[in-house]
Design a protein around this ligand. Structure first.
Ligand SMILES: *[C@@H]1O[C@H](CO)[C@@H](O)[C@H](O)[C@H]1NC(C)=O
Ligand SMILES: *[C@@H]1O[C@H](CO)[C@@H](O)[C@H](O)[C@H]1NC(C)=O
Ligand SMILES: *[C@@H]1O[C@H](CO)[C@@H](O)[C@H](O)[C@H]1NC(C)=O
Ligand SMILES: *[C@@H]1O[C@H](CO)[C@@H](O)[C@H](O)[C@H]1NC(C)=O
Ligand SMILES: *[C@@H]1O[C@H](CO)[C@@H](O)[C@H](O)[C@H]1NC(C)=O
Ligand SMILES: *[C@@H]1O[C@H](CO)[C@@H](O)[C@H](O)[C@H]1NC(C)=O
Ligand SMILES: *[C@@H]1O[C@H](CO)[C@@H](O)[C@H](O)[C@H]1NC(C)=O
Ligand SMILES: *[C@@H]1O[C@H](CO)[C@@H](O)[C@H](O)[C@H]1NC(C)=O
Ligand SMILES: *[C@@H]1O[C@H](CO)[C@@H](O)[C@H](O)[C@H]1NC(C)=O
Ligand SMILES: *[C@@H]1O[C@H](CO)[C@@H](O)[C@H](O)[C@H]1NC(C)=O
Length: 628
């Protein structure tokens, strides 16, 4: 503990306070937040949900984490910069080997020196543990808020599965699921916190005992007083599902997105994709004669099937006077997305000219092992054997050689300004998160293949203050350009925040300013000891080979890879795209199981049918476009 505090002191030369929390990360049996099915979850000190964190921006956070699980664990403080200490970022296989079972690790989270405040969250970045419940909101208060309000609440939204993540993952990445249908959540959760304490259930309701201290969904309510203005911090902790959020009878104004304060902007409907956060101001009504419904509707577009048992539209309420009834204005006509490129940051940050473009096109495909995987530029991400930051710190002058980190890695020069040109060739929408940075969203195209400038405009280099955030939503067929300054030496992952897609390989790593990283802080010894305890190498290239074998990645199993053409019947070859290969993958399985007893014509017919069905789905996705 002393060493961790010393480290914090070194990072934060200005005398700052330290808020310490002790988290014993444990399994919790029979948690039943949705009231539908008790299940084992991951919580803290035998309780769930993990405590909300509330901290002043002049302080630093020190999390003493003890791992009582039977698997390596990490904590990622989502959106925090960890300037020059990227090994504290908690991304398994990028920043650390993981805290072994029965061991502890002190996460030092610099805040006072980072100039960050607003709404964040903390979650595990290992083995889908956050899907099993290891996730909590983090609220950072600046000395002076930009907006005035009377009181604030944190609104936590999340999808919820009745099965454990490991079970679902096995079904997801499987030759029995060549089309890559993601596990559909069993329900959704909404619950509230204030001052690091979750609000309890409405009196008179008696939820299941293990999670009885917290009110969920209909059993939760926000107490409003007439005329007061409330700041609601909405955090989406989903693994998959996106939400639409609104409050009947009340207007909302956005004032913050992912820790960036923005000019007040009215909004009818808040779209919160996985891992995004928004703060809204809501002015309470003057009359207390009725209470009002809060709606959080899960977006089911991405679900391959919507089970009849799933209620995607959950509700909670705003209470003025508990003796009155709740007014439900019910459904809405059409969903729309928040046009985040139109938000204007209060603190102006100019757009610097970019000197490099990293094009990343995402796709899904059925691979040569029959499973469905995600790819950037045709390459599915596989965790390196050595955490990337440990390679970066141990390779000396050779640390600038990108091939040493594997095929999905990019080495950046110190203070280089670069663009990530992100294109979505898939029929689903994907939320992307860059660690260690906020990016500016400098261009969006509704169709990245189009030559029509209304659909695919050139980058406007004259923008004076583009919106910046840490998580961006990318709808089907669209493109976005993210401008980033490489001002944070270390190793950072850029990935889809849909947990299933990260695990299917939708990630790349950025190795930033290796030589500057080596000159700055050192990785704490305990991290090397924990790698050793887990039997993992902690130096050399991605496969653990020394600089003398810099480009030797043997021992590290890459892949699977895209299928080679060849066996396909001639009629099918003319069709292109990942949709097709996915379907063919599915049919390959059928074809083999039938001992090849299916004619080329039959197969072609089947492929055409399936392709049309998928296209219809894609069109449906396309219906939801940003509002102007
Ligand atoms: C967890 O338990 C430890 C040991 O009893 C205690 O010091 C700590 O404050 C607890 N943490 C939380 C968040 O309850
Ligand atoms: C953490 O919790 C487990 C299970 O309750 C307990 O056995 C262990 O002693 C605790 N460890 C610490 C460091 O508090
Ligand atoms: C929450 O914290 C604020 C500031 O610390 C304080 O003014 C307020 O009274 C607290 N509210 C509750 C309900 O504890
Ligand atoms: C709300 O409380 C009731 C009991 O009063 C319980 O049956 C129901 O499952 C609870 N709902 C949730 C979402 O916890
Ligand atoms: C949370 O993110 C998921 C995944 O993008 C999304 O489907 C869901 O609608 C989001 N929730 C909210 C409240 O926006
Ligand atoms: C509440 O009443 C005050 C004073 O009459 C008025 O200024 C305000 O606009 C009213 N608020 C709402 C939400 O109607
Ligand atoms: C959920 O709400 C949407 C929008 O109001 C509506 O179209 C849909 O039918 C609802 N779904 C269910 C299962 O109630
Ligand atoms: C690694 O560094 C050594 C010494 O600086 C150099 O001779 C060698 O060419 C480098 N290897 C590669 C692949 O760049
Ligand atoms: C580019 O952005 C500037 C500043 O916001 C604006 O004045 C100008 O009209 C934009 N140009 C185009 C072509 O949209
Ligand atoms: C990191 O700190 C340096 C100053 O030491 C600063 O120039 C840079 O902007 C910071 N980067 C981030 C991402 O906070």
């Amino acid at each position: 503990m002393r060493s961790a505090l010393a480290l914090l002191a070194a990072i934060s030369p200005v005398l700052a306070g330290v808020q310490e929390v002790w988290w014993n990360i444990t399994y919790v049996l029979n948690a039943n937040p949705d009231g539908l099915q008790p299940r084992r979850v991951i919580g803290i000190n035998g309780t769930w949900p993990p405590p909300a964190v509330d901290i002043q921006s002049t302080d630093d956070l020190l999390v003493h984490a003890y791992n009582s699980l039977d698997q390596p664990m990490t904590l990622h403080h989502h959106g925090m910069f960890f300037n020059s200490t990227s090994w504290m970022d908690g991304a398994l296989a990028i920043s650390q080997c993981g805290v072994p079972p029965g061991q502890s690790f002190d996460y030092t989270v610099p805040i006072s020196s980072n100039g960050q405040w607003g709404t964040y969250w903390v979650h595990s970045h290992a083995g889908g543990q956050y899907v099993d419940g290891l996730r909590a909101p983090v609220v950072i208060h600046p000395p002076q808020e930009k907006y005035q309000y009377d009181e604030e609440f944190t609104v936590v939204l999340g999808d919820w599965y009745h099965d454990e993540h490991a079970v679902l993952l096995k079904q997801f990445i499987s030759i029995a699921n060549p089309g890559g249908a993601e596990p559909v959540p069993n329900s959704a959760l909404i619950y509230f916190a204030q001052n690091a304490t979750y609000l309890g259930p409405i009196s008179g309701t008696h939820p299941d005992s293990v999670t009885a201290a917290v009110g969920f969904n209909d059993n939760a309510t926000l107490p409003f007083q007439p005329g007061k203005t409330y700041r609601l911090r909405v955090v989406n902790t989903s693994a998959f599902a996106m939400f639409y959020f609104w409050i009947d009878g009340h207007d909302m104004r956005i004032i913050e997105a992912d820790g960036t304060d923005v000019e007040e902007s009215p909004i009818d409907l808040l779209t919160v994709t996985v891992a995004q956060r928004y703060s809204i101001l809501v002015t309470a009504r003057n009359d207390t004669s009725q209470n009002w419904m809060i709606h959080a509707n899960m977006d089911t577009d991405m679900f391959d099937t919507v089970p009849l048992t799933l209620n995607p539209n959950i509700t909670s309420s705003v209470t003025y006077d508990s003796s009155n009834s709740v007014t439900d204005l019910g459904t809405i006509d059409a969903y729309s997305d928040v046009d985040d490129i139109a938000l204007v940051p209060l603190v102006v940050e100019p757009m610097l000219p970019s000197t490099r473009t990293i094009p990343l096109t995402l796709s899904f495909d059925t691979m040569d092992d029959g499973t469905n995987r995600a790819m950037f530029n045709g390459q599915t991400f596989v965790s390196p054997l050595v955490p990337t930051v440990m390679s970066e710190m141990s390779l000396g002058a050779n640390a600038t050689v990108a091939q040493a980190y594997g095929p999905f890695s990019f080495v950046l020069n110190h203070l280089e300004v670069f663009d990530i040109l992100l294109q979505n060739s898939d029929t689903g929408k994907h939320p992307f998160h860059l660690h260690g940075h906020k990016f500016q969203i400098v261009q969006r195209s509704l169709d990245y293949t189009s030559s029509d400038p209304t659909l695919n405009p050139p980058i406007n280099e004259s923008q004076t203050n583009p919106m910046r955030r840490d998580t961006v939503q990318l709808p089907a067929g669209e493109g976005v350009v993210l401008r980033v300054v490489a001002d944070n030496p270390g190793a950072w992952i850029f990935h889809c925040h849909i947990e299933w897609h990260l695990e299917a390989g939708l990630a790349v790593t950025l190795i930033e300013a290796p030589l500057q990283a080596q000159e700055r802080n050192a990785i704490p010894d305990v991290m090397f000891q924990q790698c050793a305890a887990l039997g993992m190498p902690s130096s050399g290239n991605a496969a653990g080979h020394p600089t003398s074998d810099l480009l030797d990645l043997s021992g590290w199993t890459l892949g699977p890879f895209q299928q080679v053409l060849g066996w396909r019947p001639k009629g099918i070859v003319a069709m292109t795209g990942c949709v097709l290969t996915a379907v063919i993958g599915m049919l390959t399985v059928t074809w083999y199981s039938l001992g090849g007893h299916i004619s080329e014509e039959e197969m072609e017919h089947e492929v055409r049918m399936q392709q049309e069905a998928k296209l219809r789905r894609g069109k449906f996705f396309g219906l939801i476009k940003p509002k102007n």
